[in-house]
Ligand binder design. Sequence first.
Ligand code: GRF
Length: 199
Amino acid sequence: MNFVVFSSGQGGNLQAIIDAVQNKKIKGKISCVFCNKAKAYTLKRAARAKIPSLCLNPDDFPSREAFDKEVLQYLKGHSVDFIVLAGYKRLLSGYFIRHFRDKILNIHPTLLPAFKGLHGIRDAFDYGVKLTGVTVHFVVEEMDTGVIIAQEPVRVDPKDTKESLERKIHRVEHRIYPKVINLFAQGKIKIVGRQVVIG
Ligand code: GRF
């Protein structure tokens, strides 16, 4: 199975996925990396791993759909079975999501449905929760609401700062996302209503 990783920033998750592919922990191939921020470090990680990448600037397009249509056009030139969002800080259009229905995975740095949105770690920390975590889920048109595939809790200790919590969350992300991607790449994740059946 071939997949594309969409990533907008640091690319810590992309790196974990690259490493897992290289170590054969993910039995699949990253056909390319897509990014919407020209200066994102994630593009350097893709280049270092010799993975082709495309970066488009949303400001160059009249609408979200026009942007996504261009991305889809590019993806047609690559073999793509599914999409992995890894810190992709931009909403996908319904057009794109329908094209890859039930084939787009995302990772979110809280225990959904708590603290949806772009600043999940900060929002959970500021709220004062004692337990937060990581969620991997399918992507649907409404943000952060698709069927949940995996979750892992992370405890917030009294001495945690926002930064230390972020580090703990990222460690968990980098461990569980490659595992889920590998299961999905092997056709081992099936959606049944609001649940998934694994195996
Ligand atoms: C991660 O915390 C991920 O859960 C969220 O955005 C962050 C991206 O980090 N969606 P990175 O770019 O993978 O380092």
